[in-house]
Design a protein around this ligand. Structure first.
Ligand code: ATP
Length: 357
């Protein structure tokens, strides 16, 4: 297998700290990777007055995979490029408990499900504007209550786009993903989450396309919940979930909520796939409140790197990395403050590396 090329982009806030810690593990574990760390984010803004220099973008295009830290406001152009321009339309967010993590439950053992979030449209279609514009373009439009847009007065709108093409490709991916999990010993159940009782047209379409696709996979189980019910169920019955498939903003919110089951934002990693070059990032953001103090938990980024290794076909390395994380949590001596420990970001990463051996 040819040596895989990974571009590591720290981004903003705690991003550079957790990416550096993860690269330290990857670079010293003997994994056959070429890791390139071009300038980007807040540091590049200071140095070049550009958070995403052209050479960095070109390196991303040529990479086998990209490891990304976090976006605050400065790196928004990087995120836009990785997610929308490269068209990574699926965000995979595993919610898995490792013994020793600071769960909000009395007992989180056995929690192991995945949230698949449509990553390119829905509420995050970046189609916002003045109500006056909408009013002008849609003079005859009426809500289902019969209200004209003029009736709202001045304000803003946001379009929540659910396209047939966007939903279809996401639904197909979700079915394939659940099928793969089933082959790996998981139940193979898809839980579709929408608000189709209120958003009858848009989420109605999302739900019906997911249902059309899942019918082509008779071995998969299937259920549907409204998002408010799903938010409650994932706290009450987390072990009944396998693969949750949902719209962009719902997935964003549910994943932050679900993270608390297994130790919080410091732990949950993610993969953004389906596009030209996949990228891997923690579920957490730039965490400005703790940035620059070497106390951020690197686990979410390390587990994102685990997903990256799997994506690159380096399954043994991915397993070794995950086993090392699990061992560090079980041991409990090198955990960061969010897990009730005193370790710094780098001390936690060093402990993971030591477990890889
Ligand atoms: P975004 O909306 O940008 O995705 P978010 O909702 O994920 O952001 P963050 O800014 O990442 O929110 O942080 C929310 C809280 O979680 C903050 O108090 C932050 O300190 C904490 N947090 C986030 N990441 C980590 C981490 N790696 N280690 C420890 N605490 C973290």
């Amino acid at each position: 297998m040819a040596r895989k090329k990974v571009v590591a982009l720290g981004g903003d806030g705690v991003g550079p700290e957790v990416v550096d810690a993860t690269c330290y593990v990857l670079g010293n574990a003997g994994f056959d990777l070429e890791i390139i760390k071009p300038p980007c984010g807040e540091a590049a803004m200071k140095q070049y007055n550009d958070a995403f220099p052209e050479e960095t973008r070109q390196l991303c295009d040529m990479a086998d995979a990209i490891l990304f830290g976090a976006t605050g406001t400065t790196s928004i152009a990087i995120l836009a490029y990785l997610r929308w321009f490269l068209d990574n339309y699926v965000n995979i967010r595993p919610v898995k408990y490792y013994v020793g993590a600071e769960t909000c439950l009395k007992d989180a053992s056995g929690i192991d499900f995945v949230i698949l979030r449509e990553n390119s449209e829905g509420m995050y279609s970046f189609a916002e504007g003045d109500l006056a514009l909408l009013r002008q373009k849609l003079a005859d439009f009426r809500t289902i209550m019969g209200k004209s847009l003029a009736g709202f007065g001045e304000g803003k709108f946001a379009l929540r786009i659910v396209s047939e093409r966007g939903t279809r490709r996401f639904a197909k991916y979700a079915c394939e993903y659940a099928t793969q999990r089933r082959k790996n010993g998981y139940p193979g159940k898809l839980t579709c989450v929408t608000k189709s009782n209120v958003l009858r047209q848009s989420d109605g379409l999302f739900q019906s396309i997911v249902e059309e696709e899942v019918k082509k996979y008779p071995k998969l189980g299937y259920e549907h919940y409204y998002v408010d019910d799903a938010a409650r169920r994932l706290l009450r019955y987390p072990r009944e979930l396998d693969v949750v498939a949902t719209e962009n903003m719902f997935g964003d919110i549910l994943a932050d909520e679900a993270s608390e089951l297994v130790g919080g934002l410091g732990i949950v990693g993610s993969a953004c796939v389906g596009g030209k070059v996949a990228y891997f990032e923690s579920v957490h953001g730039s965490a400005p409140d703790i940035a620059g103090r070497n106390i951020a938990n690197p686990t979410a980024t390390i587990l994102s790197a685990k997903l990256m290794l799997d994506y690159l076909g380096m399954h043994q390395e991915a397993d070794a990395l995950e086993r090392a994380v699990a061992a560090v949590y079980k041991d409990g001596k090198n955990l960061t403050y969010d897990q009730g420990g005193k370790a710094t970001t780098m001390e936690c990463a060093q402990a993971v590396l030591a477990e890889i051996g």
